[in-house]
Design a protein around this ligand. Structure first.
Ligand SMILES: Cc1ncc(C[n+]2csc(CCOP(=O)(O)OP(=O)(O)O)c2C)c(N)n1
Ligand SMILES: [Mg+2]
Length: 758
């Protein structure tokens, strides 16, 4: 033990920094010795020269206190297992100003330190209770009005706060997408669910601003503004100078954003309501009136650590911690309250303690409320499906005039024309669906004038104009962010990803964001979309891995995502109709995989036989989700399960197998790859003597594994069964590609093995 007296009083050395901050506040107010001014009238400036009135201030201060006491409560009750989340808002409570200066109909995508913002936004509608609603979320009670107990999120349906996942920066693209959508709606005559002059608000931390997903959103915002296109997004960077334990270099945010063309920079002091209010007001006004992307650099600090589990004293000095804590914005607000005469010391302390009591009482009440206690409840909002409504919507007609206008005349309607190949029928289906859904939009790289790399979208822009069919900048994350934005505003987006290989770098926009929205909002928000992806291998003449990627694995394990892959033109049309209906009716996110190598395929068995051409199904025809196509249903010696390119290959191989083995072969085109129709798989496996799975994807984690599992789980695993699959490798260029993916001959050979009992 050192004989020297510690420089820092023992109380301040407490490992429990929440308690230190709490005590600091009480001590600060108790010891305040200034001379208060005469209490201002509610409409008078809280301090001379401030734009913030006394009324504004006192409500903002109350919101700050609610936020703070929710944090303090969480730290105490987490230990008692009554609260399950401790990432707090302490030091960031100034974000309440943004809520006050915007409307409850401005869609908000919030940083996890948004307690102040939320408490303030709750004031915008009568009869709402920020404390109880938040407490229910902290307690993971199924009465939590936003997530139904699935996660502690900041969110509210009536208040237009869309809940976020905890992946930092992933919400920035969709916030911009929402801003663009607000403007685009006017151009396509879509009625918005919010006022036309709304802005999208999006907050995040200073470390998060460096993330690739954030940077692409900033870049796209600037790219949009550069073309003089409106994008009213208010990006709020809550700069506390640190990300968990990594300090942001001093001045980095200002340096990096102050002079960014197309992203108008504003600074506000989030630690000081009296001064910061006007600065925030200026930024909000700029964004709303100019409709330009606006970057608000909000000064904050972070007290009480990153989360309850972050014992800062283990990696920071007490001196440093105390310096940070001295900058607590609540101390500044308390000083303003006392100095302005808005509150006396006693009133302030009473307000502080009453707010504490309310938060604890709400938390105790929340703890008594029911939790999610059945699996069915947990997953209820994940993947809603109302089959009858979807079927009716998919087959809905009644837009004949529009069809005639699009296709030219009754004789030119695609169902009246001779059979055509896949690309043409997808193109026809898109024209049809654009006539059916005036709120649909298609966008991606090269999709407009060029009509896509494979001309699948050719003519669509001409027919439906640039507001509905347009090229984006080259960034898949942003394409999918835009899609979410349009969907948030009630439109029906069809984003295109140029190649499957390029989906992967933007996967989180579907995995972490789009597919999670219904789950984390308990079905209250939805972002329906049909994502088209040119996919799979077997291209001749345009080779290499990245144009022939055959991995569907990354899509198949995304909860709630529907994945389909048509192998022929008629199925492509009916599947697309069903996906649009799934999006429209049940808000689903769908991935529509277009096998590139089959786009132009006309023949099946021999050159010129035209057997892979199909007639266009009339618009009242649709495919049921999960329904397979069966070739030779009477055959029972062997069933081949396949999809995509594997279907025509299996059909050709079936002929050879019949010749070689004398077997009648059934071929099942699964068509829907997620969810897999395990019942149908079990049925066909049960009816046939042998089973082959032809999966052009890779051996590991591919669709084939799912099919075999379904077969085995259905009790059919004792039957002879084999897989013909791609190799676990990248696809090489030119002819070598065909060494790593299944061929007709491989299927025939595998049937031979089955016959020999190997
Ligand atoms: C994509 C991603 N990477 C890492 C994390 C883990 N993580 C959570 S918060 C955080 C720091 C964020 O710092 P900042 O953006 O400054 O926000 P602050 O917590 O300081 O408010 C990190 C690394 C994450 N949530 N998401
Ligand atoms: Mg930070």
């Amino acid at each position: 033990m050192s004989a020297v007296a510690p420089l820092i009083p023992a109380r301040h050395k407490d490992v429990n920094r929440a308690k230190v901050c709490d005590d600091n506040f009480v001590e600060f107010v108790g010891q305040w010795s200034g001379t208060p001014s005469r209490k201002p009238s509610p409409d008078a400036p809280v301090l001379p020269g401030s734009l913030c009135s006394a009324r504004d201030f006192i409500e903002l201060f109350e919101s700050q206190l609610i936020s703070r006491h929710l944090d303090l409560m969480a730290r105490v009750l987490r230990v008692q297992q009554k609260v399950f989340y401790t990432i707090g808002s302490s030091g960031h409570e100034g974000n309440a100003m943004i809520a006050r200066l915007t409307r409850h109909t401005d869609p908000a995508f919030l940083h996890y330190r948004s307690g102040g913002f939320m408490a303030e936004r709750f004031r915008k509608l009568p009869g709402m209770d920020p404390i109880m609603d938040s407490a229910l979320s902290f307690a993971a009670s199924k009465d939590d009005p936003i997530s139904g107990g699935r996660h502690k999120v900041w969110g509210s349906k009536p208040l237009w706060v869309l809940p976020q996942t905890s992946t930092i920066a992933s919400h920035l693209p969709k916030a911009l997408g929402t801003a663009v959508a607000i403007e685009q709606a006017k151009r396509i005559g879509h009625e918005l669910p919010i006022p036309e002059d709304s802005i999208a608000i999006c907050s995040f931390g200073d470390a998060s601003a460096n993330h690739a997903t954030a940077q692409t959103a900033f870049n796209t915002a600037a790219w949009t503004a550069y073309q003089k296109l409106p994008a009213p997004v208010l990006y709020v960077c809550e700069d506390n100078g640190i990300g968990i334990s990594v300090k942001t270099p001093t001045g980095w945010i200002a340096n990096s954003f102050q002079h960014r063309d197309g992203l108008d920079y504003f600074y506000a002091d989030g630690l000081d309501i009296a001064g910061g209010y006007e600065q925030v007001a200026r930024a909000v006004h700029h964004c709303r009136s100019t409709r330009r992307p606006t970057f608000l650099h909000l000064r904050t600090t972070r007290i009480m650590g990153h989360a309850g589990t972050d014992f800062e004293i283990e990696w920071r000095s007490f001196e440093e911690l105390m310096a940070v804590e001295a900058g607590d914005p609540l101390l500044r607000s308390a000083a303003i309250a006392l100095q302005s005469g808005v509150l006396t010391r006693d009133e302030l302390l009473a307000l502080y303690e009453t707010t504490r009591k309310k938060c604890f009482a709400a938390a105790e009440e929340a703890d008594r409320r029911p939790k999610l206690d059945s699996l069915a409840e947990v997953i209820a909002p994940l993947a809603p499906y109302t089959p009858d409504k979807v079927a009716a919507e998919a087959a809905r007609t009644g837009y004949d005039e529009k069809r005639l206008a699009v296709f030219g005349s009754a004789e030119k309607l695609p169902e009246k024309l001779p059979p055509r190949h896949l690309a043409i029928q997808i193109n026809n289906a898109l024209h049809d669906l654009f006539a059916k859904y005036p709120e649909s939009l298609l966008f991606g790289e090269d999709v407009a004038q060029k009509g896509g790399v494979y001309t699948v979208t050719k003519g669509l822009q001409k027919a439906f104009k640039g507001a509905r069919v347009f090229n984006t900048l080259l960034d898949e994350t942003m394409i999918l962010g835009l899609a979410q934005g349009f969907a948030n505003m009630g439109m029906l987006p069809l984003p295109e990803i140029q190649y499957l290989a390029y989906f992967h770098n933007a996967c989180d926009q579907i995995r972490g964001e789009a597919c999670s929205l219904q789950f984390f909002s308990n079905g209250q928000y939805r972002n329906p979309m049909v994502m088209r992806i040119a996919s799979l291998g077997y291209q001749r003449g345009f080779g290499g891995h990245f144009h022939n990627d055959n991995s569907i694995t990354a899509l198949r394990d995304i909860p709630g995502l529907v994945v389909g892959c048509p192998s022929r033109g008629d199925d492509a049309a009916t599947m697309l109709r069903t996906m649009m209906a799934l999006a429209k009716v049940d808000g689903r996110v769908c991935a529509y995989l277009e096998p590139i190598a089959l786009y132009m395929t006309k023949d099946l068995y021999e050159t010129g036989d035209g057997q892979w051409l199909t007639s266009y199904p009339a618009p009242d025809q649709a495919m049921v989700l999960g329904e397979e196509r069966v070739y030779f249903p009477e055959a029972r010696d062997l069933v081949i399960f396949s999809f995509g390119n594997g279907v025509p290959m299996s059909l050709r191989a079936a002929r050879e197998i019949e010749k070689a083995q004398g077997w009648k072969v059934r071929v099942v085109d699964l068509r829907w790859l997620q969810p897999l129709n395990t019942e149908a798989i079990a049925r066909h496996a049960g009816e046939c003597a042998r089973i082959l799975v032809v999966d052009e994807g890779r051996r590991s984690a591919g669709v084939g594994e799912g099919v075999i599992t379904a077969v085995v789980e259905a009790g059919q695993g004792a039957k002879p069964l084999r897989r013909v699959v791609g190799v676990d490798t990248y696809t090489p260029l030119a002819g070598a590609a065909f060494l790593v993916i299944p061929s007709d001959a491989d299927i025939v050979a595998m049937a031979g093995e089955l016959a020999r009992g190997r």
